[in-house]
Design a protein around this ligand. Structure first.
Ligand SMILES: C[S@@+](CC[C@H](N)C(=O)[O-])C[C@H]1O[C@@H](n2cnc3c(N)ncnc32)[C@H](O)[C@@H]1O
Length: 276
């Protein structure tokens, strides 16, 4: 089940900690348009180290969450993380499963499941359209599907920098080479509709931080540095990690943090769909 070679972020301890910290930065944006209030049971596909599960259990005390992930180390870390938090263990269940293998869906997508949820996962799947078709087949009418996904072409940091653009494009190309699609966010509405779902909405979440939001801008720039660094192992694997280039980028991010007039922009994409 190990997918190290196929996954741009890898499964190092540093990356696992990054995933936990990531949600402290991003949850306040991700959850602005998502509502799980009327639900009893949510299934998260690609739950990683349990960051979204922890958020959902905390925010919705009546909710039960099942998380599945293709990697054993992630599931192990998620178990360790969640068991250290003050949640009743009966409220969550974790399982080692390849979301794209489909056979598991019959057992896990029962009438009890109100919503299936993915966050930063479809971008890593070779065929998210096929995944959604299978998901649709197994969902009962009324089951919701929520996804939060990347749209990497939307990144714009001003004043801009050629080294950053080069690195960002290299990272995008590497993810595509590994079978993923870092711009899958743009396709969510189409993919859900093609699978048979009724799309309630598909929209960007614009993160625009300038001199009016200096703290949010600093936080996101620091986060972005770590996100880019998370591709190091994968780029090293194909001899595309350039230490000098990274130092330039590191300095550039520092200078953008120090510059009161710098601007950060990125839109992730979300979809809310339902099986009619
Ligand atoms: C960027 S992490 C996001 C984790 C979590 N959703 C979050 O927001 O913290 C992507 C996760 O998707 C998992 N993944 C990738 N492809 C998968 C698949 N086909 N089935 C299940 N999990 C998958 C990876 O192992 C990884 O843990």
């Amino acid at each position: 089940m190990e997918q190290e070679h196929k996954y741009i972020h890898g499964y190092s301890e540093w990356e696992q900690n990054r995933l936990q910290d990531q949600n402290d930065v991003l949850a306040k944006y991700i959850y602005q348009n998502l509502d799980f209030a009327e639900m009893n049971h949510v299934l998260e596909v690609g739950c990683g180290v349990g960051a979204q599960i922890a958020y959902l259990l905390e925010k919705y005390p009546g909710l039960k969450v099942t998380g599945v992930d293709v990697d054993a180390k992630q599931i192990e870390k998620a178990k360790e993380y969640l068991s250290g938090l003050p949640f009743d263990s009966a409220r969550y269940h974790l399982a080692l499963i390849d979301g794209s293998s489909y056979a598991w869906m019959k057992e896990f997508i029962t009438d009890e499941v109100d919503a299936v949820y993915t966050v930063w996962v479809l971008e890593h799947m070779a065929d998210p359209g096929a995944f959604l078709h299978k998901l649709f087949e197994h969902c009962t009418p009324g089951t919701k599907f929520y996804a939060t996904e990347t749209y990497h072409h939307s990144l714009d940091i001003q004043p801009d920098n050629k080294s950053l653009q080069y690195f960002w494009n290299t990272m995008i190309a590497r993810q595509v080479q590994l079978g993923g699609d870092p711009n899958v966010g743009l396709q969510l509405g189409k993919l859900c509709a093609n699978a048979g779902f009724q799309v309630h909405w598909h929209k960007p979440f614009p993160m625009l931080f300038d001199r009016n939001k200096p703290e949010a801008r600093t936080e996101i720039l620091q986060y972005w540095r770590d996100l880019m660094l998370a591709s190091k192992e994968s780029l090293e694997g194909i001899n595309e990690w350039d230490k000098e280039l990274w130092e330039t980028i590191n300095d550039y991010i520092d200078s953008r943090i120090a510059d009161k007039d710098s601007v950060f922009y990125y839109s992730f994409m979300q979809v809310c769909a339902v099986k009619p």
